[in-house]
Design a protein around this ligand. Structure first.
Ligand code: OFO
Length: 174
């Protein structure tokens, strides 16, 4: 059995709340996009919402494996108003950066406690965050190239749809 310190249990419970918030945030974004008729972006965020839920459940599993009952968090309301698609992806990038920081803080705690199991378990999250940030950065770069005037929304949506399919293919190949 894995021996988790109280500090580590609290930190993992906090991360469960972070992943739950991220999942709801992406769900809110999916339906903001739906409202703007941005089908490609909606699909991207629906997949992302599912992924974040899976990240949350993976933490539940780890706690349970350690003989600890995880705390199911109250989830704060995610933002609902955005100043366009660039603003959406900038906020997503900020959100992912926050999650990256919280994962890195968890790793630091695991290292300081010589908790080798948790260090190893968290490596998956470290890799996942690096990949997620890279995808959002790519989308922001494409938005910069396409621009935001005229029919650009149509092309941005197509591009996000394409990137979403690429992410799904890469995940299927893992
Ligand atoms: Fe954004 O990924 Fe969860 O951890």
């Amino acid at each position: 059995m894995i021996d988790l310190s109280q500090k580590m249990q609290d930190a993992i419970n906090e991360q469960i709340a972070n992943e739950g918030f991220a999942s709801n945030f992406y769900l809110a974004l999916a339906y903001w996009c739906d409202d703007q008729a941005l089908e490609g972006c909606k699909k991207f965020f629906m997949r992302q919402a599912e992924e974040e839920r899976m990240h949350m459940l993976k933490l539940y599993g780890y706690m349970s494996e350690s003989g600890i009952c995880p705390v199911t968090p109250a989830i704060p309301q995610p933002p609902a108003q955005f100043d366009g698609i660039k603003d959406v992806f900038e906020k997503v990038f900020e959100q992912e950066r926050k999650v990256t920081t919280s994962i890195h803080n968890l790793v630091k705690l695991a290292v300081s406690e010589n908790d080798y199991n948790t260090q190893q378990f968290l490596q998956w999250y470290v890799d996942e965050q690096r990949e997620e940030e890279a995808v959002i950065r790519t989308i922001l770069d494409r938005i910069k190239i396409i621009g935001e005037g005229g029919q650009s929304l149509y092309y941005i949506d197509k591009e996000v749809d394409k990137i979403n399919l690429e992410v799904m293919a890469a995940e299927a190949a893992e």
